[in-house]
Design a protein around this ligand. Sequence first.
Ligand SMILES: [Zn+2]
Length: 122
Amino acid sequence: MKCLQFFPVIVTRYPQDEDHAPILEDEAQARVCNAGEVCDGDLILASFDDNGRSDYFNDQYPASGYAYNPTCICGVCCHLANHPGPVVVLAFWDGWCDPWPADAPVLIIPSEESRIQAKGSS
Ligand SMILES: [Zn+2]
């Protein structure tokens, strides 16, 4: 048996406008998980605001995890230095990190590898 955690979130339809890059993956594979459960290669589509409503990024990006360092000088990590729980870094671009509270819900499309592993563990 596998334990599942359900989040009180609202996933809105993906914006179809010039500000949002088209999703080139199968949107039917999208799912919500904790940031701490995101695997390298998973495609990150949206975060959720304080009301649990999805907030899509202008361009989705693949996760490539790094260890979180609260003393990192990128200018982003410091904002979560006092976060009471674990923090994960889901990506790194040109000198700045993408830190998330590990328990924050995130909308992703799992990579093919993640989908294969999920089938194997169910
Ligand atoms: Zn950083």
